[in-house]
Each structure stands twice: as structure tokens, then as C-alpha cells.
Design a binder for this molecule. Structure first.
Ligand SMILES: Nc1nc2c(ncn2[C@@H]2O[C@H](COP(=O)(O)OP(=O)(O)OP(=O)(O)O)[C@@H](O)[C@H]2O)c(=O)[nH]1
Length: 871
């Protein structure tokens, strides 16, 4: 009854002609994926439902789960066959089902054998349960071929994407070009020289505030021009592909080069199921849909109308433009402001899908101090005088950190070269001729790179070819060469040519249109309404997926969480502009607010009246979204509302207990803590003296250190960690001072403020220590608290580095050290996990530190677990 292959004992492969949905070339007959819409599957399940009688359902359920459980563990085909035989006999199969039906059921059973998730789906279906929430896995083979950003989503989102893809896909070739470097180095001038439209206006002075993003297309000779005139035509061309695909699927299939994925998709699209989908949108349907739309301003729609109503040729100009648009490479050039105040937000925009230009001024020595070094140090993390070399290293480290290079996993990703080094002021630098100048530039960059450790992964990012430019000479051939090099570098990246659903075109276009109308942030409802106006609305679920992918790729900002899911930031610059409002500059301040404004500048305390003033001084597209601005800044841990009583920690908000004391503190370091925000990155004063706070002579834990790999940690990580702590624990007050400083913060962990958490940082290490003021205190009694604190710090730091390559490692500073000393006596926690004692090479008296002594405070949980396991 069951047709099996004599050699393998497995059933024969399904043929494409029969309309089955499996890749015919598959070696193993059934993969661990299935198509829940497959007609065969649906019909078979209906059949089972109809023909298997009530009393047999239990047996069916039992057998299906046993098949799923047992066979998956044994992977034994004969066991499986035995179950099927029993199943067949038990249900009186031959009387109820035809030979063909039996074969379909058998095939589905094989899938169950291969995939327990499928078994649960089948069971739900058989029992007529709602399967909409069932996780529908896409096989690894398929998901591996989806864009990397999609692969990281949950199975439901992957399936949604995959289904959208089946209705038509297109290759995407977008270049995100990030131009980075110190202010005044010549970034904007370089960008102007790269883009045809700006070259003519080179003399117009322009200093970038935040980020300027220019979306460009490529001419056939490789020049770049602003994507205005072609945008309309480009969408028309892409729409043409959709309409053509829907009216004549065969044509589109021929259009594309058949990759193995295409082969599979074509196999799938030839299934009855997909025929239903494509045929449900024939020309007639499209005509009807179009008739419903009155809005001619929707470019794609206008074109679709034209396609449907007439088949007339386009004008010569349009044809020419279409030819150009087929190139389909787009470049968005991001010109970052060089002012260090922006460094902490710039990092939100660096990602693995970017090509970077790091610009250095060839007339400045690497060791030269940069302007107001002290201020800059706060932003880029330089502890001593900040030099041009520090800025160079900061950017390369930041690029590496956001490049998704997994340093600790076994499957180390190969780093693709994405960074091009460019030297400016060729006209003003030392050297008599071009050759000599190029030699000087090369040794300049070599020296800068030598400052990284031997074997540093940073080297792997750097493109070997460097460029030397004179920005005042627009016809310098270096610009054309640089453009060419950027495109060929981008074409080597993994994301180049990734396929996306064609039906996302409309929404992309809608977002572009909104951006063109200078709309920077929109309510989600407005975006949903815009979606509904489109020819192929995505619907709520797919729209969310679309927005999430757009966010991942850095085109928009969309956090699908809490209140923020109500907003879509269409232009990422908006976030920078919003952040910029919080940086004190030459704002005009109402005299009534002046006192609080002073306090803001000195102590980074943002009271409600100061916030109002900040918003009042901001452009309309910021202050009209005041609440959203505050929510985004809170979410990104740029600002934080302090909890001012321990009761707040437990969630019992007691306004009466808020600290509202006016004090006339010493040294003006004694701000009033009211209902306000703190902006940790604006804290200016260093702690006086550090030792007093980091090594108080009271019962205390050893210092826990988070040491960042690659010896790099952007200071914004520490500022964000302070924001997290400000929300979690009341800020501690010592010597009549609220303990929030530039680089150090102290928090009260219990209601009597006896237990305090101190966090501070230097260079690439964040330190934490808990100290107790009570003389009789036994630290051991509060170890549960320490575990919770450690978890919070660890989790927050993991969140900050989630997208990035650099992780951190935990160390305990030798408990024998009376005073904390930066980067000395650090003992690796991971090493303690397999060694019972470690030699301390720092202390003057040679000694070892026992595992239990080192870990008994911060890692007590682990020690207890180990003890249990040992017993
Ligand atoms: N002589 C000479 N001057 C240059 C060159 N590149 C830039 N400049 C000048 O340097 C000044 C600053 O240039 P920008 O392009 O605005 O510098 P930037 O890096 O964009 O500055 P920010 O936007 O403030 O970060 C302008 O006056 C430019 O004309 C160059 O190659 N040679």
C-alpha cells in the first residue's frame, strides 16, 4: 500500500509536476519545513478530520505525538515505519482512504517524523483548533538564503517575510556611506565633491549639525546625483516589474538568474497554492483595485494605471531615464557632524551594512591635541589630552564595535573590508609633488594603525587603498576613483543583492514621499493610513515587519515596544536633532528659568521648566513631539528620571517621600533633587578625590570590573549605565553631596542607605563595588542583593553591546588590595570557574586568591550551585 524506494526504504521523491511543494533535488526526502498553506497538506488534514472517527482521534493524537517524540530521538526509519503500520492498522486505513490519499498521509507522517513542531501543527489542525499562533518553521535551508537581518527575526516574522517574497522579489543594491572624522577636517567638502548636484555649490559654507543624509543614484558613467528626478521613474520601473509579474508570471521567472533559492521559489510558485495567489491578482483585479484609487500622486499607481489603460510607449526621455534607473544602485551618503558632542548618538547609526570613509586632515600631526581636549575626552573616552590619533582610533573602534563581528564565538565571521581612509588638504600638506605627498599620507595612516595592538581585528576592516584629496579642486580625479572604489567595495558585501518582497516597494515609496515632504517623524496610525492608500497594502502585521527591517537597516527608527511603537522616525537625523536640543548651546533662556538652567549646565539636572525651555527653543518638528522626544531619550538612556526613595524601587510610588530638600551645599555641588531628569552624558565635574569614593574604609565587596574587549569602550556606555542605575536606585548623598560625577556615580541600595553601589569607569573598564556604612554589617547577609545588582549591570551592558562585536569580560580585583588601582590586580572570573585559586601578580607580597574569596560576594549564586553539583 505504501510506495517506498526499494533501496533506501523511503518513499519516492515527489515530482514537481504533481504540484508538491518540496524541492525535487533534495537529498533527504522531506526537510524540516513545511508550507502550511500547501493545498496537499490542507486537503490531507481535512481528510483526516473527516474520515477519522471520533473515537479514533485520541489514538491519532497519541500516535502522532509518539511518532514525533520517539522517531526524533531514535531517528530510526524502521521504528517510524512500525508506528505508521500500527497507525494504519489501528484506523482501518485501507477501508477509509484511497491509495493516493494514503500516500499523502504517509508523506505528512514523514514530516511529522522529521519535525516535532509540525506534529503539533497537525494535531491542532486535526482538532480544528486555531493554528494562527502556531510557530511555522521555515527550513534552515530556506532561511539561510533570506537576508541576514530577516534570519535574526522570530520564526513567525521569518515566515511572513518568506510569504511576502513569494509574491515577487527584487534584488536590493543599496550603499550606506558613512563619512566620519573630526570637525573641520573636510567631510562635508568631500561629500560635496562626490555628489554632482553639490559640486557646483562648493564655495557655500556649511557646517554639519547632527547628520546630513543625501540619497543618490548613479549615472552610467559612475557619477552620483541626488535622487530626485529619477525617483519617480525608478518606482515606475519597479512597479512595472510588479505589474508584469502579476499579469504574466512566466515573464518574470525568465528575468531572473536562477539561483538555488530561485529554483526552490520557482518550484514553490508553481504549486497549486501559489497559482491561486498569483491568479487572484490578474490584470482585471489590478484594474479594479486601481479604479478604486483616486490619488494620482501615488507614483506607482499612476504608472500602473498607465500600464493597464494604455500600452503606449514612453517618451524618449522617460525611456532614457528608465534605462538609467535599471542600474538600481542607490547610495545614501551620511555626513556626520564632527563635533564630539554628537559622538554618543552617532553610534546608533553605525552598522554592519555600511561603507565608511574615515577622514583625516593631513596638515595635522597625529600627536597634536584637538581643540578643547578636556571636553572632547568626555565624549570620545580619551583620558589624557585628546589627540587626532585618539579621534582616529575612536572612530575605527566604534566601527568595529558595530560591525557584528563575533569575537568570542567559534564561528568567527570573516570581517569584510568596509573602511576607506581618506586624507584631505592635499594642497596644503607637506611634500613637493604628488608622489611625495602620497608617501607622507601612507606613513601617516600606517603610524595611526600601528597604535592598535598586534593582531587587532581593526586591521581587517581597512581597505588597503587610501585616497588623498584636495577638496578645493572639484575636478581632482581622486573623487571619481573614490566613487568607483566605494561601489565595488559595497558589491563585495554579503548584503549586496539580497532579495526583498516587491510589494514593499509601495511602502518604501510612501516613506520616501513623506521624507520629501520634510516629515521626519509620524504617528504609526498615519503610516498605517498611508499603507492602506497603496495598491498592495501590507496590512498591520507585515507593515510592522517592514518597519522593523527598515529600522535594522538604519533607514528609519522604529522601536516596536511600549509607547514608542506608536511612532516612526522617518529621518534618523531627527533623533540627533532631538538629542542636540539637550546639549546646552547659545539658547535664549527666559529669565525665570535662568537659575535652573545654570543648575542644568553645572549638574545635568533637567527640571520640567528647563525641559520646556529646551523644547521651546527647538524646531517645530521636535517640540510638536515633545512627549515622543522624552520617551526616545529615556529609551536610549540619554536621560533618566531618578527614583528618589527606596519605596519607588518596589513600585510603591509615594510622592510625599520624594526628596525635595533645598540645601546650600558646599562647592555648589549640592543640587536639589526634584521631579526631574538627569542627563548623565552632561555631568562635567570629576569626583573629588576618586579614591575616597572607590575605596572607602568600610566593609565592602571586592571591585567587580567589566573589561571591554579590544580595549575600547565608548564613554556613552557608562553614561547609559548611569541612566539605568538612576532609574533603579536613589542617588546616594555623601558629605552632603549628591554623588553623580563625570565618570562616577553612587546609589543607595537599601532604605537606610547603608548599602551603596559605586560605579565608575576609566578607559575601557567599568568598575562596580558595594560598600556598607553600618559598622555591624555583615556583607554576607546581603549577598542576594549583590547578585541582583550584578545581574542588572551585566544585562544593561549586554543590551548596549547587543548589536556589536565587542563584548566584555568580568574580573575581580584582588580582594587584598586596599585601594582600587586602574587595570591592576584583575583576576578573570571565567578562570575561577575552573581553577580553585589564582596567583595575584600585582600585590607586593606574592599570594594566591582563592576561588571562594574572590567570588563569595558578586558570584555567590555560582558558588552555591557548584557546591550543590559537587554533592
Ligand atoms: N585647503 C583646503 N581646505 C579644505 C579642504 N577640505 C576642506 N577644506 C576647508 O576646511 C573647512 C572645513 O571643511 P568642512 O568640509 O566643512 O569640514 P567638516 O569636516 O565637514 O566639518 P564639520 O561639518 O564641522 O564636522 C572649509 O572651509 C573647507 O573649505 C582641502 O582639501 N583643502
Amino acid at each position: 500500500m505504501l510506495s517506498v524506494d526499494a533501496k533506501s526504504g523511503k518513499p519516492p521523491k515527489r515530482s514537481q509536476e504533481k504540484g508538491y511543494t518540496y524541492p525535487i533535488e533534495a537529498d533527504i526526502y522531506v526537510k524540516d519545513e513545511f508550507d502550511p498553506n500547501s493545498i496537499v497538506l490542507v486537503q490531507t488534514l481535512q481528510l483526516l478530520n473527516q474520515k477519522v472517527e471520533e473515537q479514533d482521534h485520541k489514538l491519532l493524537k497519541d500516535i502522532v505525538s509518539r511518532i514525533a517524540n520517539e522517531s526524533v530521538s531514535s531517528k530510526n526509519y524502521s521504528v517510524f515505519k512500525e508506528y505508521v503500520r500500527r497507525f494504519v492498522n489501528g484506523l482501518g486505513f485501507s477501508e477509509k482512504f484511497s491509495v493516493n490519499e494514503t500516500e499523502d498521509i504517509f508523506n505528512i507522517l514523514i514530516e511529522i517524523w522529521e519535525n516535532p513542531k509540525f506534529a503539533s501543527y497537525v494535531l491542532k489542525k486535526v482538532y480544528n483548533e486555531d493554528v494562527s499562533d502556531a510557530v511555522i518553521p521555515i527550513g534552515k535551508e530556506i532561511s539561510d538564503q533570506l537576508p541576514e537581518d530577516v534570519q535574526q527575526l522570530d520564526p513567525k516574522a521569518i515566515t511572513l517575510f518568506y510569504k511576502a517574497l513569494k509574491d515577487g522579489k527584487e534584488k536590493v543594491n543599496n550603499i550606506r556611506l558613512m563619512v566620519l572624522g573630526m570637525c573641520g577636517v573636510g567631510k562635508t567638502s568631500l561629500v560635496k565633491n562626490l555628489i554632482r548636484d553639490f559640486r557646483k555649490k562648493l564655495s557655500e559654507p556649511l557646517s554639519t549639525e547632527g547628520i546630513d543624509v543625501h540619497r543618490c543614484k548613479l549615472t552610467t558613467d559612475g557619477d552620483w546625483f541626488l535622487d530626485k528626478e529619477l525617483k519617480v521613474v525608478r518606482y515606475e520601473y519597479r512597479m512595472q516589474k510588479v505589474v508584469t509579474k502579476n499579469t504574466n508570471p512566466a515573464t518574470s521567472a525568465n528575468d531572473e538568474i536562477a539561483s538555488s533559492h530561485d529554483l526552490f521559489v520557482n518550484t514553490v510558485t508553481s504549486s497549486k497554492d501559489h497559482e491561486t495567489q498569483t491568479q487572484s491578482e490578474p490584470l482585471q483585479t489590478i484594474k479594479e483595485k486601481i479604479a478604486l484609487h483616486k490619488e494620482d500622486d501615488i507614483v506607482g499607481l499612476k504608472f500602473a494605471k498607465m500600464m493597464v489603460e494604455t500600452s503606449s510607449d514612453h517618451s524618449e526621455k522617460r525611456k532614457a531615464l528608465l534605462d538609467e534607473s535599471k542600474n538600481e544602485v542607490t547610495v545614501s551618503v551620511w555626513d556626520f557632524a564632527g563635533q564630539p558632542q554628537y559622538y554618543s548618538t552617532h553610534q546608533f547609526f553605525l552598522n554592519k551594512r555600511s561603507i565608511y570613509i574615515v577622514v583625516m586632515d593631513m596638515t595635522k600631526e597625529l600627536k597634536d591635541a584637538v581643540g578643547d581636549s578636556e571636553e572632547i575626552g568626555i565624549w570620545c573616552g580619551s583620558v589624557d589630552d585628546c589627540t587626532y590619533l585618539d579621534i582616529f582610533k575612536f572612530w575605527l573602534n566604534a566601527i568595529h564595535m558595530n560591525s557584528d563581528y563575533q569575537s568570542k564565538t567559534q564561528q568567527r565571521k570573516t570581517i569584510k573590508k568596509t573602511v576607506i581612509l581618506v586624507g584631505t588638504r592635499k594642497d596644503k600638506m607637506k611634500g613637493n609633488d604628488l608622489e611625495e605627498k602620497e608617501n607622507i599620507m601612507n606613513s601617516y595612516f600606517d603610524n595611526a594603525l600601528f597604535s592598535f595592538d598586534h593582531g587587532s581585528p581593526i586591521f581587517e576592516h581597512i581597505y588597503p587603498k587610501r585616497f588623498l584629496v584636495d577638496n578645493l579642486t572639484p575636478n581632482d580625479s581622486a573623487f571619481a576613483e573614490l566613487r568607483k572604489e566605494i561601489v565595488s567595495l559595497a558589491a563585495e558585501q554579503d548584503y549586496w543583492g539580497e532579495e526583498y518582497p516587491v510589494r514593499w516597494i509601495h511602502m518604501e515609496q510612501t516613506l520616501d514621499k513623506m521624507r520629501d515632504e520634510k516629515r521626519q517623524i509620524e504617528h504609526i496610525k498615519t503610516v498605517e493610513e498611508e499603507d492602506l492608500k497603496n495598491l498592495h497594502p501590507l496590512g498591520k502585521e507585515e507593515l510592522t515587519l517592514f518597519l522593523e527591517i527598515q529600522h535594522k537597516q538604519g533607514n528609519i527608527i522604529f522601536f516596536n515596544t511600549g509607547e514608542l511603537k506608536n511612532f516612526v522616525v522617518l529621518a534618523p537625523q531627527w533623533i540627533i536633532e532631538a538629542f542636540r536640543c539637550f546639549i546646552p548651546h547659545n539658547q535664549k533662556i527666559e529669565s525665570t528659568v535662568l537659575k535652573d538652567w545654570e543648575e542644568y549646565i553645572k549638574h545635568a539636572i533637567l527640571k520640567p521648566n528647563v525641559l520646556l525651555e529646551v523644547m521651546k527653543n527647538s524646531p517645530p518638528y521636535i517640540h510638536e513631539y515633545k512627549n515622543a522626544v522624552v520617551r526616545y531619550m529615556e529609551y536610549l538612556n540619554v536621560i533618566a528620571k531618578p527614583v528618589t526613595s527606596v519605596l519607588d524601587i518596589t513600585g510603591v510610588l509615594d510622592q510625599q517621600k520624594r526628596v525635595c530638600e533645598e540645601t546650600s551645599g558646599i562647592d555648589d555641588h549640592n543640587p536639589t533633587m526634584l521631579d526631574c531628569h538627569i542627563v548623565p552624558c552632561l555631568l562635567r565635574f570629576p569626583p573629588p578625590p576618586l579614591k575616597k569614593f572607590t575605596s572607602p574604609d568600610i566593609p565592602r565587596t571586592p571591585v567587580l570590573a567589566f573589561v571591554f574587549c579590544g580595549k575600547f569602550m565608548p564613554p556613552s556606555f557608562f553614561h547609559r549605565l548611569v541612566a539605568v542605575c538612576i532609574r533603579a536606585w536613589p542617588i546616594s548623598k555623601e558629605s552632603n553631596l549628591y554623588c553623580l560625577f563625570n565618570g562616577l556615580a553612587i546609589f543607595a541600595l537599601n532604605s537606610s542607605s547603608t548599602y551603596t553601589l559605586r560605579i565608575w569607569y576609566r578607559d575601557f573598564i567599568i568598575y562596580a563595588r558595594i560598600a556598607c556604612y553600618s559598622k555591624n554589617a555583615k556583607l554576607e547577609e546581603f549577598v542576594w542583593l549583590f547578585q541582583g545588582v550584578r545581574h542588572k549591570l551585566e544585562k544593561s551592558l549586554h543590551d548596549f553591546v547587543c548589536q556589536s562585536s565587542s563584548e566584555f569580560e568580568e574580573y575581580i580585583q584582588c580582594p587584598n588590595m586596599q585601594e582600587y588601582i586602574h587595570n591592576e590586580g584583575l583576576l578573570r572570573v571565567a578562570q575561577f570557574k575552573y581553577e580553585t585559586e589564582i596567583f595575584c601578580s600585582y600585590c607586593s607580597i606574592p599570594h594566591t586568591v582563592k576561588q571562594s574569596d574572590a567570588l563569595k560576594h558578586w558570584f555567590k549564586e555560582w558558588l552555591d550551585q557548584k557546591e550543590t553539583d559537587d554533592n
